[in-house]
Design a protein around this ligand. Sequence first.
Ligand SMILES: NC(=O)C1=CN([C@@H]2O[C@H](COP(=O)(O)OP(=O)(O)OC[C@H]3O[C@@H](n4cnc5c(N)ncnc54)[C@H](O)[C@@H]3O)[C@@H](O)[C@H]2O)C=CC1
Ligand SMILES: Cc1cc2nc3c(=O)[nH]c(=O)nc-3n(C[C@H](O)[C@H](O)[C@H](O)COP(=O)(O)O)c2cc1C
Length: 181
Amino acid sequence: MDPATTAALDDAPDSPVGPVLQKADYRNAMSRLGAAVNIITTDGVAGRAGFTASAVCSVTDEPPTLLVCLNRTASVYPAFEANGVLCVNVLAPGHQGLSGVFGGKTPMDARFAAARWRRGLTGSPQLEGAAASFDCRVVRRTSVGTHDVLFCEAVAITLGDTAHGLVYFDRRYHDLLPAPH
Ligand SMILES: NC(=O)C1=CN([C@@H]2O[C@H](COP(=O)(O)OP(=O)(O)OC[C@H]3O[C@@H](n4cnc5c(N)ncnc54)[C@H](O)[C@@H]3O)[C@@H](O)[C@H]2O)C=CC1
Ligand SMILES: Cc1cc2nc3c(=O)[nH]c(=O)nc-3n(C[C@H](O)[C@H](O)[C@H](O)COP(=O)(O)O)c2cc1C
């Protein structure tokens, strides 16, 4: 293996589990794993909240289920825990700024004031102009390290007009535009 491209290793002789990876090594490698960008929203007993997430993935289509990874230290965590519903809004080209607004530190009202929303079946806000929206019930959750993995069953889906998207890759946003026919 080329040492230049190998993650930093801890060769301590007393380490029984072998190489120890650093957080930065993991993040550097993850930055090569391009991912769709999503705004995850919720509303309910604990109020309205939303955050940007790239750790989102399809689990099964029977029943239609996605997973979302949420850091337990995020300010939005209590709202997502209490409400039990959420909407996965898949971002489109032009949503880079909105992704930044929902990416942390901005007060919640200012986040939602930055776009237009509809109310979904579960009550979660649906982003107008999203590539797709999955309105979901959280059916299971588990903790792994710093994050909770939320398993979300879709109860309603809204598809945008055009097949386009926004990808986060190499710590930058990239537009995915429809292929010319
Ligand atoms: N699962 C995790 O806890 C994290 C995973 N990552 C992954 O590493 C790659 C590189 O990230 P960075 O070096 O931080 O620079 P970055 O510039 O790509 O990250 C931008 C911001 O997004 C946050 N972020 C990205 N993915 C996140 C996640 N899954 N959970 C919580 N926060 C997340 C980062 O903490 C940072 O504040 C990202 O593209 C992502 O795939 C990054 C941060 C945390
Ligand atoms: C591109 C991008 C992807 C992110 N992906 C995730 C993610 O998958 N899970 C997560 O918990 N936080 C993720 N974050 C960070 C959250 O959006 C941020 O922590 C959240 O808005 C809460 O911030 P707050 O605690 O300041 O409210 C991501 C941020 C960015 C910019």
